[in-house]
Write a protein that binds this ligand. Sequence first.
Ligand SMILES: [Zn+2]
Length: 255
Amino acid sequence: MHSPVPVDRALRTQETEVIDLRRRLAKVHRILTAGGIWPLTKGHASARIPGTDRVLILGHIHSQGRSLIDTDVDDIVTVDIEGKWLEGRIEPVDERFLHLEIMKARPDVTSIVHAHSTYATAFGIAGVNILPVGNRGGIFAPQVPILDFDRQIDTPERGRMARDAIGDGCALVLKNHGTVACGDSIENACITAFALEETAQLHWIAAQLGPVQKISSGEVRSVLTGARKEEFFSHVWGHYSRMDPWDRSSSNGSS
Ligand SMILES: [Zn+2]
């Protein structure tokens, strides 16, 4: 006769955590699409499962002709840190090595967004580094590096090139291709992707008017540390979160 299997609370907690991560990651895909960071809805985001060598990442739904505006939890799959597909209904995106090689080298990075946003990508095409300008640019000091390689980052070797290029920064431009934004949470990586595009746009507009001046090093230091850093991210998440077309709260108060 079998006695009931005792519930492994730790396992259950992790399962709940993974469900929550999937939900948040799918949401970020919808937000980045709605916010115009993913022209033609091409791009992907990832999140490390805490305490493991497993990573959640988008399945290759682009090949099905679907829009990322409809990304759901079923579209997120699990890979190990070497890129092996562990679970999920769709094969993971080929460019997963871009995410994984950076995460391997950077314990502080738990989430990455890869995008092809127009202004930031244009800087890579022109070979001009995006500078920390405006009040959202401080996190990109001293400048956003450019990887001088214009093909897809779809092998571990290419992933290591991106890892070396980004160093300890939070963003990278891939020449003639797109961008990479890192964060210590899914939401912060999403906000960084938006901040990168906004900074690139501001830099470009300023360059039409005169010499581009970076923000002061004192301002950079305060943005990168303590309460200002927290403010940089958490104070704007409510704004981006409401871009999610599935966010029912966005219609609250309308009737
Ligand atoms: Zn790409």
